[in-house]
Design a protein around this ligand. Structure first.
Ligand code: ADP
Length: 266
């Protein structure tokens, strides 16, 4: 599971029919031991969506992403990716995933920026095969997309956390996925890097048509950037447009903090 460069839209959504959503969660539920973490979650991600998932700590956001990506199994209902049951789904190179705390390399970690991004091509190249010129081109293209090509020979651990974050996104983009899933990607990243990051997501979504699912704490920014918003608190308390979430008070009710709602669209 990793990521891209070229035109990752409907045409690359391998097994999805034009009408089927890239992700469909129906009646999803999950427990850790006796603790019910998710209950009756129904959620769809359509081609071209930029879905933001927000919710308080412990709301089940990461668990929901893990279920979406087949890393955890829902105890009820169905999970479908690109129109296929998640248990039968094999086209993982169609999905890029940037997990939480991906930014954590030590200064002397022995891999260059380019090598890290190239490793994102394994799902396309296959574990047993050498990387081809096309793999290298895709990796470089992904580095260019995130504005990090000039750092290609630098050791990954020598970059700032904001730069490392962009390299991880490039790694996820190297397999040219139709769907990019990011979990709290701006934690520990400074404000300037955050602005660049949201600019990058905007371009990926609006200009390249990459479908995005983003879990974040930046409620104000999220509401300004996404096309669809899901408010999760163990169950889905809202799913719709960010404007509607603000107008109906859905976000405020979840956090009980109106100060978060000052947003503007770019
Ligand atoms: P969020 O991403 O919204 O903060 P999580 O999905 O990480 O929420 O966690 C939801 C709940 O499940 C929390 O109460 C958390 O403590 C619990 N939890 C998460 N992972 C585990 C685990 N591996 N074992 C037991 N409980 C867990």
């Amino acid at each position: 599971m990793r990521t891209f460069e070229a035109s990752p839209t409907a045409s690359t959504a391998a097994s999805a029919t034009p009408a089927s959503p890239l992700v469909a969660l129906e009646h999803v539920c999950f427990r850790y031991g006796g603790e019910q973490v998710l209950h009756e979650v129904n959620l769809e991600v359509q081609i071209g969506d930029f879905l933001g998932i927000i919710g308080p700590n412990g709301a089940g956001k990461t668990t929901l992403l893990r279920i979406m990506l087949g890393l955890a199994r829902s105890e009820c209902g169905h999970v479908r990716l690109f129109g296929q049951d998640v248990r039968a789904f094999r086209d993982w190179h169609q999905i890029g995933y940037v997990p939480q705390k991906a930014v954590a390399f030590e200064a002397r970690f022995p891999a260059s920026v380019f090598e890290v991004v190239l490793s994102g091509r394994t799902g396309v190249a296959g574990l047993a095969r050498r990387f081809s010129a096309a793999d290298r081109e895709a990796a470089l293209g992904a580095l260019e997309t995130v504005g990090m090509a000039e750092y290609r020979d630098r050791l990954i651990g020598r970059l700032s956390s904001g730069q490392q974050q962009r390299v991880f996104i490039a790694r996820a983009l190297a397999s040219q996925p139709a769907l990019l899933v990011l979990d709290e990607p701006t934690v520990g990243v400074d404000v300037e890097a955050q602005e660049q990051f949201y600019g990058l997501l905007r371009r990926l979504n609006r200009e390249r048509g990459t479908t995005l699912v983003l879990v974040s704490h930046d409620v104000g920014v999220i509401a300004a950037e996404v096309t669809r918003l899901a408010c999760l608190n163990r169950t889905l308390v809202f799913h719709g447009s960010p404007e509607e979430a603000i107008r109906t008070g859905a976000i405020a009710r979840m956090y009980r903090d109106d100060s978060l709602l000052v947003t503007h669209r770019h």
